[in-house]
Design a protein around this ligand. Structure first.
Ligand SMILES: CC(C)(COP(=O)(O)OP(=O)(O)OC[C@H]1O[C@@H](n2cnc3c(N)ncnc32)[C@H](O)[C@@H]1OP(=O)(O)O)[C@@H](O)C(=O)NCCC(=O)NCCS
Length: 179
């Protein structure tokens, strides 16, 4: 079986291979849904290699400097997805500002193999250790993401207009803390 890792960006030294992996996957037609949910990521990492390497270096530096956690989802040493935990300046109404935002993606053809679940479990370990809870938003028609998020105990708390379509707001609370 291929070795799978959810690796903190701070532990990665050389981004050239990652940049090449990302560029190929993010611009592949099978992953065009990422343009809907992660347009900035596709713009940053889907183009010229030097720029993508620079962006990875900036992202690593941010994780060292501020309270942000970013992981690359690796299969056989190749980057196939991303998982981040941070506290953006703007949060949806009804979400506590002390909660962390969790976001992730896995590229085709690596979806449906448990990688998204593995990455979200890693994110929840970080969240349990550092925050009172977490939130995320999911486009109304993004069936896979609703399934994944709900499977890990996120609960819908509302909805908001999104760039593309309505988004469901989900919240996750560490129930072990209140027992
Ligand atoms: C959502 C996403 C991360 C799932 O990644 P993945 O590696 O395919 O997910 P997994 O194989 O680990 O599946 C985990 C769970 O997700 C749900 N799921 C995954 N694919 C699904 C699908 N096509 N339909 C319904 N549920 C699905 C299931 O609950 C699944 O658990 P199960 O296998 O026990 O049923 C991936 O589809 C993706 O990157 N989508 C585009 C970006 C995105 O929507 N990100 C989330 C925004 S918060």
């Amino acid at each position: 079986m291929e070795p799978i890792e959810v690796m903190p960006i701070t532990e990665i030294g050389n981004f050239a291979q990652l940049a090449a992996d990302y560029a190929a996957l993010l611009t592949h037609p099978s992953n065009k849904d990422l343009l809907l949910d992660f347009p900035n990521t596709v713009a940053r990492y889907g183009g010229e290699s030097d720029e993508a390497v620079r962006r990875f270096e900036l992202a690593r530096q941010r994780c060292a400097d501020v309270e942000r956690h970013q992981f690359l989802i690796m299969v056989d040493g190749r980057a196939v997805g991303n998982a981040s935990v941070d506290q953006p300046a703007e949060v949806p109404a009804d979400v506590s500002a002390i909660y962390a935002n969790a976001s992730l993606f896995v590229c085709h053809p690596f979806r449906g193999r448990g990688l998204g679940g593995l990455a979200l479990d890693t994110q929840l370990t970080v969240i349990r250790a550092n925050y009172a809870g977490a939130w995320t938003t999911v486009r109304a028609s993004n069936v896979a993401s609703h399934g994944l998020i709900r499977s890990r105990g996120f609960k819908p708390i509302g909805a908001q207009p999104g760039r593309v379509e309505e988004e469901v707001i989900y919240m996750w609370q560490d129930t072990s803390r209140s027992l």
